[in-house]
Design a protein around this ligand. Sequence first.
Ligand SMILES: Cc1cc2nc3c(=O)[nH]c(=O)nc-3n(C[C@H](O)[C@H](O)[C@H](O)COP(=O)(O)OP(=O)(O)OC[C@H]3O[C@@H](n4cnc5c(N)ncnc54)[C@H](O)[C@@H]3O)c2cc1C
Length: 513
Amino acid sequence: MNAAKSHSVIVIGAGIGGIAAAAHLAQSGQHVTVFEKNGRPGGRCDRFSKDGHHFDTGPTLLVMPLLYEAEFAALGFSLREMLDLQRVDPTYHLVFDDNSRLELTSDMKRMHDQLERIEPGSFQGFLRYLDEGYRHYHLAMERLVNRDFRRAGDFFSLSNVPLLYKLKPLAKHYDNMAAYFDSPRLKASFTFQDVYMGLSPFEAPATFSMMPYTEMAHGVWYPKGGMVRIVEALVEIARTAGVEFEFGTAVEKIMIDGDETKGVVLDDGRILKADAVVANADLPYVYQKLLPEDGNARKMSRKRFSCSTISFFWGVDKAVPSLPPHTLFLADDYRGNFDSIINELSLPENPSLYVHAPARLDSSMAPAGEDTLIAIAPVGHLDEGGEQDWKAIRNQARRAIFDRLADLGIRDLEDHIKFEVNYTPLSWRKRYNLVKGATHGLSHTLTQLGYFRPGNRHPRYHNLYFVGASTHPGTGVPTALVSARLTATRLLEDAADRAVSAVNGKQFTAVAV
Ligand SMILES: Cc1cc2nc3c(=O)[nH]c(=O)nc-3n(C[C@H](O)[C@H](O)[C@H](O)COP(=O)(O)OP(=O)(O)OC[C@H]3O[C@@H](n4cnc5c(N)ncnc54)[C@H](O)[C@@H]3O)c2cc1C
């Protein structure tokens, strides 16, 4: 161990939050080791390659670029220097059930023409909606996302009371759309982003209008080489700061003694002591599998979990240039879609679907003349009763995707697929230890946000910390970066407090003697 380093910290998991927290801590003089059960870093921000086809298996959209820039700067690096970013505009090509389209773009003239065609007068509603999104975004970033809530008083303070009407947390996002649009298709076009929080717009707080706002105003971006470049950049930053990584090594237990952790037990039997442990593995899983049973794991499993996905990764032997980078088939039965996913834990009859063609953004993602396609159907998470027939549901999802692509004139795709890899909720659970295979972890209902969300430090074990999607502030790559900074700050402040009390304690003892 480096003599100049003060404390030893073990990080469980090399997801975005784990790598970034490790980097912050090592930059502040801690001796940090990251143990990752998989053979590579990234967690859900994962990649696989086959026969010259490259697939980002998790995130495909770099959204909230201002957060990325701020968090890379907090680590002492420039996002734009480390990553070759291009703006994706139009962001999404939305396709409705009758094959009519809406391209979401920052070109306001085109937005005007398209929106007025769907609903006369709606462009003014759109501008007012963006205005609300602007207010929600800036307030939420300042007051909810970029700070943690260590005590109830931090959240339930007089200064936060105005947020109850300014951020509309008590209004449902979809209901709130009536103030801006009549057309159900337009209401859907500017609320579907709630799925990224694992939520239905029929239950999400209207606060989330900040998501369509940031996509329109700050853009959706794509790093050349794919989302995995973010992981590579973070690992480089962490290694430069002295973080050590051990891949293919799972933590089996977090050792607890009284009100503190003493370190971890690894799956190869090694017992490692640490001054502090940071768990980046999915928080409900940590309670279920790594901590002593004390009733909290059961409480955690009763919380609301986000939805999951069935994802298809296709190597295609011909290019499909008519497919834009991000196509979203938005089903007219929008409410029914969310009902089947969230309440019935199933796949809707006519599901909304997402198809990503990364080679439109970076030709190196597929061999010349061929294509790389990712298709995603949101589905319910795993039902602990085990009633879901994933083979049948997966086949139904695949059929639905081919049918919708055929509606766009892409009829022979099936004949050109060289290979398919697919993930169901069972795969998400197995690969990343996500409880219920919920791709976005704990969902972001009002009662699981802010102070109500599990915090960045364990409520009892004072040197055990959490970072990532199921803790504060929530899911998403940029939010995992924020979570990492908040967690590292808290750990460092706690360590400093303990050092001061230790010194004071000694002085007191000396006087007493
Ligand atoms: C299909 C899909 C699409 C998404 N799309 C987007 C998007 O477009 N944009 C966006 O911003 N976000 C998106 N997200 C969300 C984003 O990927 C996640 O919120 C973020 O990557 C989570 O990071 P994390 O820090 O919580 O760590 P995780 O990714 O959960 O990583 C935790 C790590 O811990 C490891 N681990 C677990 N148990 C152990 C153990 N016992 N010992 C050692 N290691 C362990 C896991 O293997 C994993 O590597 C998407 C997610 C999915 C699944």
